[in-house]
Design a protein around this ligand. Structure first.
Ligand code: SAM
Length: 438
């Protein structure tokens, strides 16, 4: 199979030159480029924009996140187009799985995503939502939502968790009556499929990790930096701990495509990506660094539970002081550095902190490749931020992380100031991967 020439990815020590590998011929890629462009236009026409900057990884990225509104309108065209793409390209196997998920995912989510504009909450909605979200979070913390995977009466649950039955029953009735999370049938309560891993992630990440920030807004308004100290790191860890990296994760796919087998993951969280790579690539060796003791403890536990877990080492340290955090022999071995969801934490006061963070990485790994997987901020930049991004941005603001730049030009200012070169951009808006030469 021919390898299509790509913008040169920087050489890095020790003597390994990766490139993008596209297993197809140019004609097919050319046609696929048109397909991609058409899909892009269709997406735009439904106001659901996905930007596809190039062909290989963006496909994975784009298909991972189904343009549901598009699917509702043009599922036949989408299906036919994808059928064409899958039979005509030798990257078919991957595409096939992805397109199936795309179409299926799009249709499943059609109803939910019909209205693109987020609802505007009334004062009563907010008040009700306040009590419901607290109730849900508390039942999650107590393990009651886990118990309710099977139908139980309030009495059963109260006995099992040693809580007051009347108050529990009232709480469950409210949740069953006013949310999609709990259902009530024949005197029994049960969580529904709406409370899946992602729903739990949202709950733990936002209401759990940053709930105190919302509660202490007055303090934060007077002393913004206090927001950083109020984050509940235990809940943050729990949000990530229950997740796993899937084969569709664009950053993981890019690492595999680029043949990197010695990777340092900055802000590794619970080491989900490193674990995926170690499990699927027998020659893989990875190092994770994270500032949070809770994340590191969970990462080590997860790593210890896999076969060959000794191929991953976790360091608890601040990535703003990389050289002192990592032994020189490890710094020497690292081929590429990844940073997923961490760069956005350094925008509380303009770009200076992000520039310092990046300059520090460059100083430790000059000339090597850094893959930043992050997102374009919207709050304060877009008139109407998307619902999920809007919430995320707001949480960033009240936890002293700031809203990251809204576009590639904004991020490039950071890269230029840190004397790094942006080589390739892969976007699945609002998310992106930027490939940098340090
Ligand atoms: C949003 S989480 C992402 C975790 C992981 N990369 C993932 O995608 O699953 C961001 C992580 O960056 C870590 N982090 C934040 N600031 C850091 C710093 N200065 N040095 C190292 N890690 C940091 C946090 O503790 C957290 O685990």
């Amino acid at each position: 199979m021919p390898t299509i020439a790509q913008p040169s990815i920087p050489a890095h020590s020790p003597g390994h030159q990766p490139d993008f590998r596209w297993s197809s011929n140019e004609t097919n890629l050319h046609s696929l480029a048109f397909t991609q462009r058409s899909l892009f236009r269709l997406c735009r026409s439904t106001k659901y924009i996905i930007a596809l900057e190039s062909i290989s990884v963006p496909l994975a990225g784009a298909f991972r996140s189904p343009p549901a509104a598009l699917c509702g309108i043009t599922s036949k065209i989408v299906r036919e187009t994808m059928a064409w793409a899958t039979t005509n390209l030798s990257l078919a196997k991957h595409l096939h799985t992805q397109s199936a998920q795309w179409i299926e995912g799009g249709c499943v989510r059609k109803k939910a995503s019909r209205s693109i504009a987020p609802p505007i909450w009334s004062p009563f909605d907010l008040t009700e939502g306040f009590f419901l979200s607290h109730a849900l979070l508390t039942l999650e913390r107590l393990g009651i939502l886990d118990s309710l995977r099977k139908p139980l009466t309030a009495h059963d649950v109260a006995v099992k968790h040693q809580v007051n039955q009347e108050i529990l029953e009232a709480t469950l009735r409210m949740l069953a009556g006013r949310t999609s999370v709990v259902r009530y049938r024949s005197e029994k309560y049960q969580t529904t499929s709406a409370f899946d891993k992602l729903a739990r992630f949202y709950l733990l990440q936002y209401a759990g990790s940053y709930g105190l920030n919302a509660h202490e807004l007055e303090q934060i308004l007077k002393e913004p930096a206090a927001g950083g100290r109020l984050v509940d790191r235990e809940q943050h860890k729990r949000a990530f701990e229950q997740m796993q990296t899937s084969e569709n994760d664009p950053l993981t796919r890019l690492v595999l495509q680029l043949d990197f087998t010695r990777v340092l993951d900055i802000g590794c969280g619970t080491a989900n990506m490193l674990i995926y790579l170690a499990v699927h690539l027998k020659e893989f060796i990875g190092w994770g660094i994270d500032i949070s003791p809770q994340m590191c403890a969970a990462a080590r536990r997860k790593v210890a539970a896999i076969q060959n877990g000794q191929r991953i080492k976790i360091f608890r340290a601040d990535s703003r002081q990389l050289k002192s955090a990592l032994p020189a022999r490890i710094i020497k071995q690292v081929q590429a550095i990844t940073a997923k969801g961490v760069a956005n934490e350094f925008f509380a006061s303009g770009i200076s902190e992000a520039v310092a963070w990046l300059s520090n990485i460059k100083a430790a790994f000059p000339g090597r490749t850094l893959l930043i997987a992050d997102y374009y901020g919207q709050l304060g930049f877009n008139k109407k931020p998307g619902r999920v991004v809007g919430l995320h941005d707001y949480v960033q603001v009240i936890s002293w992380q700031g809203v990251p730049p809204p576009d590639v030009a904004g991020w490039e200012k950071v890269y230029r100031a840190a004397k790094c070169k942006l080589i390739q951009t892969v976007e699945d808006l609002p998310n992106f991967i930027h490939v940098l030469k340090l």
